[in-house]
Design a protein around this ligand. Structure first.
Ligand SMILES: *[C@@H]1O[C@H](CO)[C@@H](O)[C@H](O)[C@H]1NC(C)=O
Ligand SMILES: *[C@@H]1O[C@H](CO)[C@@H](O)[C@H](O)[C@H]1NC(C)=O
Ligand SMILES: *[C@@H]1O[C@H](CO)[C@@H](O)[C@H](O)[C@H]1NC(C)=O
Ligand SMILES: *[C@@H]1O[C@H](CO)[C@@H](O)[C@H](O)[C@H]1NC(C)=O
Ligand SMILES: *[C@@H]1O[C@H](CO)[C@@H](O)[C@H](O)[C@H]1NC(C)=O
Length: 567
């Protein structure tokens, strides 16, 4: 059966979901709504504490390549519309630029030094401390909590269950078509199917006739309708897979980005004075068949220019595909009359380098890998003074001149994803989280992130100067790029790059690290980097020079040491 893009996305989601949803899952959900009286919050109820639903949208590997972040190539009209109703943070940073550590960090409100998760191979409750999570906190306060798609990183780091049942009221949903992501489903020039990096597809030809993010959107829409029917307060987390590689998206979205209009990264070369420990050799794209065929040398490449353009084009098309799905989800919130009662948070787990510094991955401390889109829509607060109808209309990104919305509430201070837990709890008027003491391994509920609610509730623009810092870190197995530099296992980590971003600088110190005692030795420094972001926004010119910047460095270094949570 031929399946046009617009028909695929507009067909009745329930018909698809009922096929792919195990009956036990559906049944347990209904049972829960019936049995749990605290889950029933009336939408007619006045604005009392805890009466707001939460929709948390988490995107995988999405950098700030969005219209609302000033990117004028990208077509993201629906996310831009959300941004125009929200408070948008232009300098939000992940605590580690790889999926599992970043997600466990912001879902528990602790930094990687406290979750002790720098790779994919441990479950914090067993390995670090029995920390409560953001969804768990809502669950314990009477919300029905639901996970659709990739919210926790699946596998060991969430005990092969997305931390169910602690975090979620019902078993998390994963789209059935996810299993094809890494299979040979991309048609190559030879007419054969390959496991390619660049993978525009015809939906009528892919297995099951659908893609994971389409299925997740359908499931999220189904759950929204169900909770609306049952009038229960919900915390719904929807995790989108794109634009994570492979770039497998409906090919219609390519037409938004003619290849002749695609430029290279502004700084496609490896910076001359980059310490080698800072460089990551982008191993995961090298595994794809189309990249292997290019015979690119390890670790530095480069990738031929025509293929650089193809990667950028596919990433941008994946973002527009994502945007159309987010638009359908938000439009459902609107159509169900939920936009006055639902806090919407949009974030990504970290960024991705599209050729900047000659890199093609996350796995670093640069802004391009750590910086994330972050916006909060709080009904009646962030859209004050705006029309109260048609808050989230669907805007087709494929239409010739999609409507453009400009964000009105923009905050430029550096902020951290680890603040999500306390911020969302505050916005929903749940009891505020206590700040974690150091160490906090034995404490189940506390936060290492500062709540961002002062930015949202008051018109406060700036905090105290010395508070305006976002911390990240990245581990390495060696001073020079190795096959496992991107994703070292805990036992192989010998160096930790502790990094801080202030309004003016990015400063990183790569120090000796012991993966058995979890101790960083700040007297054994392997390399340091200092970038002035005003004159060098892409961080290509490492100006670290201990004699010239000694005072500044002493100050930054002191902040860096005190900013991380030691045990
Ligand atoms: C860990 O936390 C969960 C949920 O809060 C609780 O049910 C469990 O008993 C705790 N486990 C331990 C070993 O304390
Ligand atoms: C992890 O999952 C296993 C299998 O379901 C379970 O037996 C174990 O208790 C879980 N771990 C924790 C810390 O809850
Ligand atoms: C591509 O670039 C040309 C020339 O700058 C411009 O006229 C055209 O609108 C661009 N196309 C798209 C889809 O952005
Ligand atoms: C791949 O590149 C290497 C040099 O980097 C060269 O020696 C080798 O012949 C190339 N292989 C193919 C199949 O082109
Ligand atoms: C949403 O709330 C505002 C202010 O509380 C109210 O004026 C408006 O009519 C509401 N809109 C809908 C669609 O309920």
């Amino acid at each position: 059966m031929r399946c046009e893009w617009k028909f695929c996305t507009q067909r009745d989601p329930s018909s698809v979901s009922s096929i792919m949803t195990p009956p036990t899952y559906y049944f347990s959900f209904l049972l829960l709504l019936v049995l749990e009286p605290s889950a029933a919050g009336g939408e007619e109820a006045g604005p009392a504490a805890g009466d707001k639903n939460v929709l948390l949208i988490i995107v995988d590997d999405l950098r700030t390549s969005l219209g609302c972040y000033g990117d004028d190539i990208i077509k993201s009209p629906n996310i831009d519309q959300l941004a125009s109703r929200s408070i948008l943070f232009t300098n939000a940073y992940a605590q580690q630029s790889v999926c599992a550590p970043s997600r466990v960090s912001f879902l528990t409100g602790r930094r990687p030094d406290t979750t002790r998760l720098f790779d994919f191979n441990s479950y914090w409750r067993k390995h670090a401390g029995n920390y409560s999570t953001l969804p768990q906190y809502f669950k314990e306060h009477g919300y029905v909590t639901m996970s659709v798609g990739k919210v926790f990183h699946p596998g060991i780091s969430s005990n092969h269950s997305d931390d169910y049942p602690y975090s979620w009221s019902v078993r998390p949903f994963h789209p059935s078509s996810e299993k094809y992501e890494n299979m040979k489903t991309c048609k190559g020039k030879d007419g054969e199917l390959h496991a390619n990096l660049v993978c525009p597809v015809d939906l009528s030809e892919v297995p099951e006739g659908t893609l994971p993010d389409i299925q997740s959107t359908e499931e999220a829409i189904r759950l929204l309708k169900l909770t609306k029917q049952k009038k229960s307060s919900f915390f719904l987390a929807v995790g989108y897979h794109k634009p994570h590689i492979p770039f497998r998206f409906p090919k219609e979205f390519l037409k938004l980005y003619p290849i002749e209009n695609i430029s290279l990264a502004p700084d496609p070369d490896i910076p001359r004075n980059l310490p080698l420990v800072a460089y990551n050799p982008w191993t995961d794209i090298r595994e794809r068949e189309d990249v292997q065929a290019l015979n690119i040398s390890f670790p530095y490449g480069p990738i031929p220019e025509h293929f650089q353009r193809l990667i950028r084009q596919s990433y941008f098309a994946s973002v527009s595909y994502l945007d159309s799905l987010v638009g359908q989800l938000l439009n459902t919130v609107e159509n169900l009359g939920l936009s006055n009662h639902t806090i919407i948070v949009f974030a990504s787990d970290h960024g991705w380098s599209l050729g900047e510094h000659g890199e093609w991955a996350k796995y670093s401390n640069f802004d391009v890998a750590t910086r994330v889109p972050l916006m909060f829509y709080v009904p009646g607060v962030t859209n004050r003074g705006q029309p109260q109808q048609n808050i989230f209309t669907y805007i087709d990104p494929l239409s010739p001149e999609p409507e453009r919305n400009i964000p009105e509430n923009v905050k430029e201070d550096p902020v951290e994803l680890v603040s999500l837990f306390s911020t969302i709890a505050d916005l929903a008027q749940l009891p505020s989280l206590p700040e974690c003491p150091v160490p906090s391994f034995h404490i189940e509920i506390c936060t290492e992130g500062q709540s961002l609610s002062p930015y949202l509730i008051t018109s406060k623009d700036k905090r105290g100067n010395d508070e305006i810092v976002a911390y990240s870190s990245y581990p390495r197995p060696s001073d020079t790029p190795q096959w496992n530099s991107d994703k070292p296992d805990l036992k192989d980590i010998t160096i930790m790059g502790y990094s801080m971003r202030t309004p003016d600088y990015r400063f990183t110190a790569w120090v000796e690290y012991n993966p058995i005692t979890f101790e960083a030795n700040f007297t054994d420094i392997h390399a340091q980097e200092l970038y002035f972001v005003e004159t060098d926004p892409n961080q290509d010119n490492n100006l670290f020079n201990s004699s010239i910047h000694s005072n500044l460095l002493t100050k930054l270094f002191g902040n860096l040491k005190s900013g991380r949570s030691f045990n």
